[in-house]
Design a protein around this ligand. Structure first.
Ligand code: HSE
Length: 296
């Protein structure tokens, strides 16, 4: 099964919004045998024995009150530790492959719950935005954390995803969560709510201008931007090239710009030029909204 890369948060929607895009995919193959236990083999990057996939299975079996003997192979083509939901997509693809192989149909909320808890292996704490995006595809909004619930929209949106080739920071997401402010003043809180409302309304109407308004963020981005290599130059150049908005993708360091299709190539070039001037090797892709692992 195949799960797409995702950009969580999309500006104001911290931990509750993600879009799935076709920039990259993680794939997983599962076989179900006798016994009880999960053996995961990673092709390419190997995160070690305590990883999101294994944790996601433990949680899934716990929720369902079952255990199975599962062999999983994960081929993850999503750049790791870039803020593109690589670990979450691996877990979602693996769970989806297992469920298909086992002939089991479960509520998508259970899959997202299990994979979101798996994220603690990579991020230090569970979060559900990336995994909801990878599972459901489209643009996903978490509407309740406990009990977990979400709504999926299927807007037509075009993005440019910029991925700097910088050495991965160990515990990056955990560190990027530690730099966040502990409190927010009330005026800022109200402004942020209106932005999240704009994101949701923009998804519902498939309106890029509204989504762009929601991608502004004066809480998380200012705290994280100084730790994201090249971000301020990328932001400047992509806006000059005609992007509608730009945000840090998840906890970074990748960036995601929302564009009109006709500006996509110019924005992609602007991303590459900005990173080049910062002395950072990078890749940039034009991407559309993708389907999720449970949808295919
Ligand atoms: N919402 C999470 C964060 C996503 O921004 O920390 C991590 O990819």
């Amino acid at each position: 099964m195949k799960a797409p890369s995702t950009s969580a948060n999309l500006g104001s929607g911290f931990d509750v919004v993600a879009v799935a895009h076709d920039a990259y995919f993680a794939e997983a193959y599962a076989s179900v045998g006798s016994g009880c236990g999960v053996h995961v083999k990673f092709k390419g990057f190997d995160p070690g024995s305590d990883n999101t996939v294994t944790r996601a299975f433990v949680r899934l079996f716990d929720i369902l009150g079952i255990c199975r003997g599962v062999e999983v192979e994960v081929v993850n083509n999503i750049p790791v530790a870039r803020g593109l939901g690589s670990s979450g997509a691996s877990a979602v693809a693996a769970l989806a492959a297992f469920l298909r192989e086992a002939g089991m149909k479960v509520d998508p909320r259970i899959v997202v719950e299990a994979a979101g808890h798996g994220e603690a292996a990579a991020a230090g704490s569970p979060h559900f935005d990336n995994v909801a995006g990878a599972a459901l595809g489209g643009a996903v909004v978490i509407t309740s954390l406990n009990p977990l619930d979400f709504v999926k929209f299927s807007p037509r949106l075009t993005f440019v995803v910029g991925v700097p080739d910088v050495p991965p920071t160990p515990n990056k997401t955990k560190l990027m969560r530690e730099v966040l402010p502990k409190s927010v003043d009330f005026k800022t809180y109200v402004k942020q709510i209106s932005r999240v409302a704009a994101l949701v309304a923009g998804f519902a109407r498939s309106d890029p201008a509204l989504v762009a308004r929601g991608m502004a963020d004066e809480v998380v981005e200012p705290a994280r931007a100084p730790h994201v290599p090249g971000y301020s130059r990328v932001r400047k150049y992509v806006m000059e090239a005609g992007a509608l908005a730009v945000a840090i993708s998840g906890a970074g360091p990748a960036v995601v710009a929302l564009v009109n299709e006709k500006e996509a190539d110019a924005v992609r070039s602007a991303v590459l030029r900005a990173y080049a001037e910062e002395g950072i090797k990078a890749e940039a892709k034009v991407a559309q909204i993708a389907e999720g692992a449970l949808e295919t």
